[in-house]
Design a protein around this ligand. Structure first.
Ligand code: ZN
Length: 419
């Protein structure tokens, strides 16, 4: 099993971190291109030099770390995680949301955060706690204060849904059932967006549609005017809004209203792809979540034909790619196991993307989409020392993105495997 490394992981938090490192491996992916015979110098929390080893001015006393047959890269950026969820084949979503306390879910989230970082994801955008309030704000604070280890987090807090659209659903109406996100409509959206910002949301996550159509199909929830209002209020605070959307009309409204990213995009077509491109919207496809949920329902990949929801994902991904839409990397991890984030990258290759573009998606493309490209997502002088080393060449086999030998975040070493 590819992911069993977590069981025998030998890592240490080097709290007395050396002040400088020289990292070398066969290959160096700098966030854009692959190079050979390069090295990376890190001093304190930042990268000070990157380039051909022969050209580097190597200070005395630097700690030299060399991995043969390996690839150095910027720390991966997970574009769509839920640290407060875990696989639905272990515990279904309703039970996690309704029966598990925020405390219990937060304890689990600390482990999820650790496993994410050790899998080479030094940054993650977490898109809603699904009923665990603002526990993500606390999780982020604990990581930033080095109380626990985890990726740099961008958090959405509770996320926002239109009244009546979201779950858990199907309970007696006499019962007061808590929801997986916060309901708001019309002018009240102004107050709720501001309240979420005040409580620590780094971005506003909106469900622009949901499966509340007459036949359980995905139909828009918010009106265009409501989405525009959300955008205006969020942008006034220097934040963007991002949307869960699968339906064509949900995506169309969100793009016109100013969304920064579209999550899922299952029914994306050429018209929507062109609209995304012209508005500079980044598409986060979440292939892994859809494949995993379909497997939980009994689909045996490779032995039976892919059902419609899988072929839809193939179609939308290809249409977006062919139209030149900016595609980021985000798997909706939490639906599947935290620490197996790289599964999304494997699937992106399987669905037709070049491995080099997949590496870009998980580093520089996501960094730009999340407004972090002036400090991470690249190996460049002055950038944060968020660096990983993979066991092999991901351009030859994308699976090595899940075989991580070394993880550094902010110049601190969190994982260093023997070889
Ligand atoms: Zn999600």
């Amino acid at each position: 099993m590819k992911y069993s490394f977590l069981l025998f992981l030998a890592f240490s938090i080097n709290s007395f971190a050396q002040s400088s490192y020289l990292l070398t491996a066969d290959k160096v992916f700098d966030g854009v291109e692959m190079h050979t015979s390069w090295g990376v110098l890190v001093e304190g929390s930042k990268i000070t030099a990157v380039g051909p080893i022969a050209d580097l001015n190597i200070p005395a006393g630097v700690t030299k770390i060399n991995y043969p047959n390996s690839t150095i890269a910027p720390g991966f950026i997970e574009g769509h995680s839920h640290m407060f969820l875990y696989p639905y084949n272990i515990t279904d979503w309703d039970t996690q949301v309704l029966k598990e306390s925020d405390s219990y879910r937060t304890i689990r989230a600390t482990v999820h955060a650790k496993n994410t970082l050790l899998a080479g994801f030094t940054t993650a955008r977490d898109l809603g706690t699904e009923g665990a309030g603002y526990s993500d704000v606390a999780l982020k604070k604990a990581i930033n204060e080095n109380i626990i280890i985890g990726p740099r987090l961008l958090v959405a807090g509770r996320a926002i849904v239109a009244t009546g659209s979201y779950g858990p659903k199907g309970y007696d109406d006499d019962q007061k059932i808590m929801l997986g996100a916060e309901s708001a409509d019309g002018n009240d959206l102004i107050r709720v967006v501001r309240d979420q910002i005040g409580k620590g949301a780094d971005l506003i996550k909106i469900y622009a549609d949901y499966r509340w159509g007459l036949k359980g199909d995905d139909q828009p929830s918010f009106t265009l005017e409501e989405l525009k209002m959300i955008n205006e209020v969020a942008r006034s605070s220097g934040r963007g809004f991002v949307v869960h959307s699968k339906s064509k009309e949900g995506m169309r409204r969100a793009i016109l209203a100013g969304t920064e990213t579209i999550e899922h995009g299952d029914y994306l077509d050429k018209e929507i792809a062109d609209l995304m491109k012209s508005h500079g919207v980044t598409f986060i496809p979440t292939l892994a979540a859809v494949e995993k949920i379909t497997e939980y329902r009994g689909w045996k990949k490779g032995t039976v034909a892919a059902p419609l929801n899988i072929t839809n994902k193939h179609n939308s991904f290809k249409i977006a790619m062919d139209a030149g839409v900016t595609i980021g990397m985000g798997g909706d991890v939490g639906v599947f196991t935290h620490g197996q984030n790289a599964l999304e990258m494997e699937l992106m290759v399987e669905y037709g993307m070049k491995p080099l573009d997949v590496l870009r998606a998980a580093t520089s493309v996501n960094a730009k989409a999340f407004h972090m490209d002036n400090e991470l997502g690249y190996l460049k002088p002055g950038y944060l020392g968020d660096i990983i080393i993979m066991n092999g060449d991901p351009l030859k086999d994308i699976k090595v993105t899940s075989d991580i030998l070394f993880v550094m975040k902010g110049g601190m070493v969190y994982r260093q495997e023997k070889f």
